[in-house]
Write a protein that binds this ligand. Structure first.
Ligand SMILES: [Zn+2]
Length: 60
């Protein structure tokens, strides 16, 4: 079960689509921006397969 979410890169401020796994209640992972290639930390939570919160931080 996956859900698409629109996030903003903390480095270049571009909007990006990411695919999130909704089968876990909470997860954080590092993904490289598709535009500027800088790593960002994506933290999200879900409940009953619905995205309840997402946060994107610059990974240092
Ligand atoms: Zn970027």
């Amino acid at each position: 079960m996956q859900e698409e979410a629109l996030i903003t890169c903390p480095s270049c401020r571009e909007s990006l689509d990411v695919l999130l796994d909704m089968s876990v209640p909470a997860q954080d992972y590092i993904e490289d921006c598709q535009v500027c290639c800088r790593p960002m930390r994506i933290t999200y939570s879900s409940e009953d397969g619905v995205l309840t919160g997402i946060e994107v931080q610059q990974d240092t």
